[in-house]
Design a protein around this ligand. Structure first.
Ligand SMILES: [Cu+2]
Length: 164
């Protein structure tokens, strides 16, 4: 009796897993931010097969954009501090993002608690093997709200696999 129940549970679990995998599109990424000034991931990886990437940033917190707003900005490592400085100069009314700044590869608008925003961009803007960074341009946030964005870096993907 007990054994049978266990079997049924196991097959239900397998079905759920298969469903999740079938829906997972490696070209569509999502991450969360919160009231503690954090992103939910430190690294995002996109396979080189993706022609277009879609990134969705969700704010899982409760604080409004005015006090704890977050955005998701993608750029080259070497451009990050320049973009943040220009974003500060642009100010809150422009969402702490400089307008028409060629250094910005992709950016979402700023979101507050309970909101989300999505940005789509072509991977033709990216070079394989270059280390990109993503970060938040709200004042002071990028010191903690930042991570690495990799476009098809299989060597690094393998390095994170469990050792055999
Ligand atoms: Cu932020």
């Amino acid at each position: 009796m007990k054994y049978k129940t266990l079997l049924r549970l196991a097959s239900a679990g397998a079905l759920l897993l298969a469903g999740a995998l079938a829906h997972a599109d490696p070209c569509k990424l999502s991450l969360e931010s919160n009231d503690q000034m954090q992103f939910s991931v430190r690294e995002l990886i996109v396979p080189t097969e993706c022609v277009e990437v879609e990134v969705t940033l969700r704010h899982a917190g409760k604080l409004p954009a005015k006090t704890m707003g977050h955005d998701w900005v993608l750029a080259k490592d070497s451009d990050m501090s320049g973009i943040i400085t220009a974003g500060l100069a642009a100010g809150a009314s422009r969402g702490y993002l400089p307008e028409h700044d060629g250094r910005i590869i992709a950016a979402t608008p700023i979101v507050g608690g309970g909101e989300s925003a999505t940005v789509k961009f072509a991977t033709s803007l990216l070079q394989a093997g270059i280390r990109y960074v993503f970060f938040c341009t709200s004042p002071g946030h990028a010191t903690v709200m930042r991570g690495t964005f990799l476009f098809g870096n299989s060597r690094l993907v393998r390095a994170s696999d469990p050792p055999k």
